[in-house]
Design a protein around this ligand. Structure first.
Ligand SMILES: CC(C)(COP(=O)(O)OP(=O)(O)OC[C@H]1O[C@@H](n2cnc3c(N)ncnc32)[C@H](O)[C@@H]1OP(=O)(O)O)[C@@H](O)C(=O)NCCC(=O)NCCS
Length: 187
């Protein structure tokens, strides 16, 4: 049980046998072994800032500062590329909102690693974590409606959303011109 949230360490595989491909039709156990998911650590904060704020500068997600990341580091899970020296290539976070609901935040997959199933793996990981906490619903505000729809989330109208989900809005740069959609998954 101690390692519930951490993939098993990768087994050593000869260099010529390592997967070299980058698209989902070749995803397999070996790829997962080289791109394990683990909970974030304080030492990941600098890489997380770069990953998240790179997308935030394109207006694809909310920016995060060091204070937010340090305070909420236990919310975050990361995927590392062992073959690239343990570089962080993806992140996502689970933020508990209330007794029955948690929010998926900060989903960010490095552009070179997108469309390989990493986003799905991260959401599944966070979903498992939510289930273990006794959470019944996942929520997200996103511009990536199609991605979350593929994972079973459904779009909700603004007045269908519980008040708790608006907590961050007053601190959001998009407060007066929000273009994100609210989506929910019952788990
Ligand atoms: C959106 C994002 C998290 C998706 O991650 P990803 O690792 O590329 O997605 P996956 O490969 O796990 O895809 C899972 C499913 O969603 C689909 N999908 C992924 N991105 C999609 C998109 N932009 N439009 C439509 N479908 C998409 C995939 O085809 C796949 O479907 P399938 O499993 O049925 O074949 C990633 O593209 C990203 O980080 N984007 C930039 C930042 C961002 O927009 N974050 C979300 C803000 S909340």
């Amino acid at each position: 049980m101690a390692n519930d949230f951490i993939d098993p360490p990768p087994e050593e595989v000869a260099e010529d046998k390592r997967p070299k491909v980058a698209y989902p039709d070749v995803l397999n156990g070996l790829e997962e072994a080289y791109l394990p998911i683990r909970k974030a650590r304080i030492s990941d904060v600098e890489a997380l800032l770069e990953l998240v704020n790179g997308f935030a500068s394109q207006n694809l997600m909310l920016p995060r500062g060091p204070q937010y990341l340090f305070e909420n580091i236990r919310d975050y899970a990361v995927i590392v590329d062992e073959a690239a020296g343990g570089q962080i290539v993806a992140c996502g976070s689970l933020h508990v909102l209330w007794d029955d609901m948690a929010e998926i935040r900060s989903m960010a997959i490095h552009p070179d690693y997108q469309k390989r199933g990493l986003g799905r793996r991260l959401v599944e990981f966070l979903k498992q974590e939510a289930g273990q906490l006794g959470i019944k619903r996942l929520f997200t505000f996103t511009l990536s409606e199609d991605f979350f729809a593929r994972l079973g989330f459904t779009r909700k109208l603004r007045d269908e959303l519980p008040p708790k989900v608006w907590g961050e809005c007053s601190r959001c740069p998009k407060y007066f011109k929000c273009d994100e959609v609210g989506m929910v998954l019952e788990i």
